[in-house]
Design a protein around this ligand. Sequence first.
Ligand SMILES: [Zn+2]
Length: 284
Amino acid sequence: MQEMNFAHFHGAVPKYRNYGAIAEQGVLFITPEANAIPRRYDPFEDSQGLLLDVVRTGAAVADCDVFMDYCLSQKILPLEDVAFWRCGDFFAPNPKKAGPLVDILLDFVYRYGLPAWEPGSSVLTTYPARYGNRAMAIRQDAEDNDISHALHYELTQRACMRSKSGAIPVCSLALTLLDFYLRFMEEIDRPYFPIHNTEWGLSFEHKKTPRLTAQVYDLVTCINLAYAHLVSVQGKAVRQCKHCQTFFVAEDLRAEYCSPRCRGAYNSKMTRKRVKERKLREGQ
Ligand SMILES: [Zn+2]
């Protein structure tokens, strides 16, 4: 059989004109403005822009020390959004510390809408590499036999789906974007990308390459498909420039710099550093 032609995605993701952050029962939610009417848009129209915004926002979560310190201090391992129902939300009780990250997440939501937050599912990820040692040191005490928080969590999900036009807790959104960042940038070994809320179609003719088409109604699935297409079909990658730290789409999997100018600048910086180190050594 010939290879499948796997390049025809269309997104129909709901997006509202405005969103706000609202605390309810000790948890901060991002929710569409009251009585707003959603419109549909297609994230595949600029899938590279989407992927870059995903890693930029995910990097902001990874770099938010106060949030990571909180998760470590509560012994949340692995990082799972349901755990915030057990030990208490970080975002609602800490408006000052959490404010800058909430603003960055809201910016992302204004542009792309909210991922679907569905009953029975939970967001699961790990710690960025630089927290590896501290995360390893966490010993989860006695097995957590109290699952009442899980029931409360699922009831909250159902209430969000039913009455709040798809509101989700800030902790769930933060972990969703952190997970993308880790999988795309730190390449943690979890090559499984779930597909939700998608209508598939197949068209083929005798001896012609079958064409698989997808109409996607879920933002997370759009991100998964856009990334799979970028890496597998186009052979490109999302990278962070070693010199200027900008995120960029690289033509080559081995690319380390956003531009020849940054490669040159980084190399001369390293040369200067080596010369300085040698002088110091020789001076001793
Ligand atoms: Zn650069």
